[in-house]
Design a binder for this molecule. Sequence first.
Ligand SMILES: [Zn+2]
Length: 409
Amino acid sequence: MDIRKIDRILQETAYVRTGGSKEERRCAEYLQAQCAELGLAARIEEFEVDAFDLHGAELLADGRPVPCKGYYGCGSAEVEAPLYYLRNEDSYSLQQCRGKVVLCEGHMKYWIYRDLLEHGALGFITYDGNANYADEDIDQRELRSYVHKGDRLPGVNINAKQAIAMIRDGAQTVKLCVSQGEETKANSCNVILDLPGEVDETIVLTAHYDSTSLSTGSYDNMSGSIGLLAMAEHFSKVPHRFGLRFIWCGSEERGLLGAKAYTEAHADELEKIVLNVNLDMIGSIMGQFLACCSAEEKLVHYISYFAAMEGFGIRAYQDVYSSDSTPFADKGVPALSFARIAPNNTATIHNRYDTPAVMSAVQTERDIAFITAFVAAMANAKCCPVAREIPEAVKEKLDIYNFRKRPKK
Ligand SMILES: [Zn+2]
């Protein structure tokens, strides 16, 4: 794909497209149309996601209003209680949560939420954004169903500047009020394209195309979606032994929901997948290239050697990547994610600054060329050399990633 087309697609898709929204659907149809332009028939496969009807949220700190957004899925409640800032997660700190509204760092993560419930917290506040940025944006967060499991605490998200002000000014009492209607369901979708090979085993190529609530998602992850389009074009014109299935995944940002839905709906086909190659964030102006392999160590070495032979800088390692490769690995499919990770002070994600401005079409083209060469080598193998088993060390990381096992503190 030439750089003009890369730039054009980045411009044409620079809009917010959260999982389950009509904008996400619009982007799915856009990708389908891009395939059609190449003479390729992609199909849209829908899956259900939770949908919310948030009426409003209010936060008062010692009577002073603090701008906030209520958590989707946290129910409706009004609570007035002392504020407690949970700086650490040791048992002393956790014991201080009882009867309080708790300010937590970063995201509302699974184990912290379980801790808050267990220690009698009455509500929670998270914060994001950056105190050094000019904006006072607040991301729309969701208390995911696999986090609350029916036990809901009212919660709001605020900007980092407001969190700092509350702690600096010694806020004592907060009043927190969230109001939302019945939860319903909405449709999100995966866009799927098949390029059959000579054998019925397949390599599955994935990249998510949804974004978070403030982000136009150019870097995360229209870049990877463009990578899939470029490979679809390439492999539609050249023979390949293994079949290739391309999946542009929806609702990744809501918890890898598209890849999870796919692996559930296509459980009986998973044994035919020899490898999953996922692209999540490539082509940034700055940053290093990674290959994170949820597969045997030999694949890590192979990718390092392959990249050296191609003259392409890389850091390959074995781990679990927080992206659509993980549901595949969790079902026993060897999987890897490619990414170019920019330093935080050059490009950030999940905020208004993830725009085409952080992208390099030239670098995107180079990254795609490397990934295409790797996939071509695998797709033309006489026998897929990657062992179809997930090493114990990766299985343990999958258990932790999927909250089946708590990491050691
Ligand atoms: Zn992403």
